[in-house]
Design a protein around this ligand. Structure first.
Ligand SMILES: CC(C)(COP(=O)(O)OP(=O)(O)OC[C@H]1O[C@@H](n2cnc3c(N)ncnc32)[C@H](O)[C@@H]1OP(=O)(O)O)[C@@H](O)C(=O)NCCC(=O)NCCS
Length: 192
């Protein structure tokens, strides 16, 4: 993982001098947990907690991590593989744990685990969900800006980095394939 130790910043035209480098940041520098007790206001029509409530907490926690890691504003570019493993109930204390798994030039993948425990019982928390989100760091005009490379610290961080690279490859391939299909259909005269 030596290739992610620094990231070049600044202008990148061939005439530009050697760009300065952003020092890498360890995973632990931005890892965050957001906790929230679920109430009646969070339920769906079945009486369990609405998935959208959990997704907002996931986006909030991941956004905090992305902002901390990149040292400024970051916007959600995509959210994928949101898995709901168990229903969440009123009275559950939900913990949303997020960390940067991987960094690119201007984007970061944030991995999130959602745990729940009864708010008034000392039973162990169980995992109820997980998600992967991509955030783009942006400048004041909303344009993507460079992010510091994340520096995995543990074997688990390193595994997550490698898995995030696989997801990144698949995301890019999927986007490219869909774009090519749409262009082909447009060229064939389809207007859909
Ligand atoms: C995300 C956004 C900044 C990307 O802007 P863009 O002009 O497409 O810029 P780029 O193509 O250079 O993409 C920037 C980075 O984001 C990544 N990215 C962009 N769209 C992505 C997507 N759908 N999924 C995964 N990664 C994505 C790119 O791969 C690139 O990463 P890299 O520099 O590490 O290689 C822009 O689309 C945006 O502002 N979207 C709205 C975000 C927002 O408002 N979110 C809140 C929802 S309410």
């Amino acid at each position: 993982m030596t290739d992610q130790a620094t990231a070049a910043v600044g202008p990148e035209s061939p005439e530009s001098p050697e760009p300065p480098e952003i020092p890498g940041k360890p995973t632990s520098a931005s890892r965050t947990t957001l906790s929230h007790i679920m109430t009646q206001a969070d339920t769906n029509l079945l009486g369990t907690v609405h998935g959208g409530v959990i997704m907002k907490l996931v986006d909030d926690a991941a956004g905090a991590v992305a902002g901390r890691h990149s040292g400024g504003p970051a916007v959600t570019a995509s959210m994928d593989e949101m898995a709901f493993l168990e229903p969440v109930r009123v009275g559950d204390l939900v913990h949303v744990k997020a960390q940067v798994n991987w960094t690119g030039r201007t984007s970061m993948e944030v991995g999130v685990r959602v745990l729940a425990e009864r708010w008034n019982e000392s039973t162990p928390a169980t995992q109820v969900g997980s998600a992967y989100l991509v955030f783009a760091a942006v400048d004041a005009d909303g344009r993507p800006r460079r992010v510091p490379p994340v520096l995995p610290e543990t074997e688990r961080d390193e595994r997550r980095y490698q898995e995030a690279q696989i997801r990144r490859t698949h995301r890019l391939a999927r986007r490219r394939a869909i774009k090519e299909l749409r262009e082909k259909r447009a060229a064939e005269g389809f207007d859909d």
